[in-house]
Design a binder for this molecule. Structure first.
Ligand code: AMP
Length: 335
């Protein structure tokens, strides 16, 4: 049976954090074994915040380096830059005809941006879900490994796809599903105890894959906690639950159980728990950080990988555009 297709990407807006890793990139690494994987750097998507050209270039490189350091293997999947596919903007134009203003305005991420950056509510932000849909359907993907924050965008993608297929009476595009390898979609919490880990919330709230051990320890020791439980087996407040959630990702199950028991009998010392979490986090991330450092010095290899990935991804995208033009009746007279 033909392998299913999976597509996903990360925006080059800075270094990747634990949310990117556990929500997305770790899934890429697992999925490349069983799926036809297309993994990309979402550089067009980052233009909504008008980055400086030199920052954008450096951030694109950073994402490629980090993908590779995490184990994304160009021999097992196709790794490319979104902007290396000229078919993306063309299909984006076409898919804009299947997206309605009301639903775009209701998207949670759009509403959040309207609140957080009222002076830059550009049309690119509004149609972000359309571009994201196109990233996915350009290779006719069935599964999309993303964090929970992208769930609504995936639902919108399915709607756009259904409208396209219905209008033209074809079953051309599959309706893709958001995917997480071991469980339902996840959201990695911020160290400030509120909401998801996100670059926009500030350096000290994020654990970056490339963080030096000392920086990492400091951030974890500063993570928000409370005065501790006074009643045995009481529910955990959000910020404490977050620490346990992070611990579950990088520590042994014995360690988690040890602190869970201490929480439940009210003898927990958060300082000890955070120290343990920091050490386990350092151990978990150190091999990735070392690979990031090594790969950053190898521009030749990075260029080769991206050129090769771009060539392969363009072939798939060109086939899709050829089919779509045929389906919708855009054809030159000479053809
Ligand atoms: P972005 O940095 O917004 O381009 O996100 C890239 C990928 O990381 C997407 O699949 C997101 O869903 C995922 N992601 C970002 N932040 C988190 C988080 N805190 N928890 C889980 N996944 C996340």
């Amino acid at each position: 049976m033909a392998k299913q297709i999976t597509v996903s990407g990360v925006r080059p807006t800075g270094r990747q954090h634990l949310g990117n890793y556990f929500g997305a990139v770790l899934n890429f690494v697992k999925m490349q074994e069983e799926y036809n994987g297309y993994f990309f750097v979402a550089d067009y998507h980052s233009l909504t915040t008008h980055p400086k050209p030199e920052d954008l270039k450096a951030n694109v490189k950073q994402i490629v380096v980090e993908y590779l350091a995490c184990g994304v293997d160009p021999n097992k999947c196709i790794l490319y830059l979104q902007s290396d596919l000229p078919q993306i903007p063309e299909l984006y134009l076409i898919f804009n005809m299947f997206a309605y203003l009301g639903e775009l305005e209701r998207a949670a991420t759009f509403k959040e941006k309207v609140r957080s950056q009222p002076n830059n509510v550009n049309a690119g932000l509004l149609t972000y879900p359309v571009l994201m849909a196109v990233d996915i359907v350009i290779h006719k993907a069935a599964k999309v490994p993303v964090g929970k924050d992208q769930q609504q965008h995936l639902e919108m993608t399915r709607d756009f796809v259904a409208r396209f297929n219905n209008l033209y009476g074809v079953q051309y595009f599959p309706e893709p599903e958001a995917f997480n390898y071991d469980s339902s979609l996840i959201s990695i919490p911020s160290l400030d105890g509120e909401g998801k880990m996100s670059k926009s919330k500030g350096e000290h709230t994020c654990i970056y894959l490339a963080d030096e051990p000392e920086a990492l320890r400091k951030k974890i020791m500063r993570a928000k906690t409370d005065t501790g439980p006074t009643v045995p087996n009481s529910p955990k407040p959000q910020e404490i639950q977050n620490l346990f959630d992070l611990m579950r990702l990088v520590s042994s199950s014995d360690t988690v159980r040890f602190f869970d028991d201490k929480y439940n009998d009210c003898t927990i010392r958060y300082g000890d728990m955070k120290k343990q979490l920091a050490e386990d986090m350092v151990n978990y991330l150190t091999p990735i950080r070392i690979k990031i450092e090594e790969l950053s010095a190898n521009d030749k290899l990075l260029n080769e990988i991206i050129n090769d990935g771009g060539n392969k991804a363009r072939q798939s995208a060109a086939q899709t555009l050829k089919d779509v033009r045929e389906i919708i009746g855009i054809k030159s007279f000479g053809e």
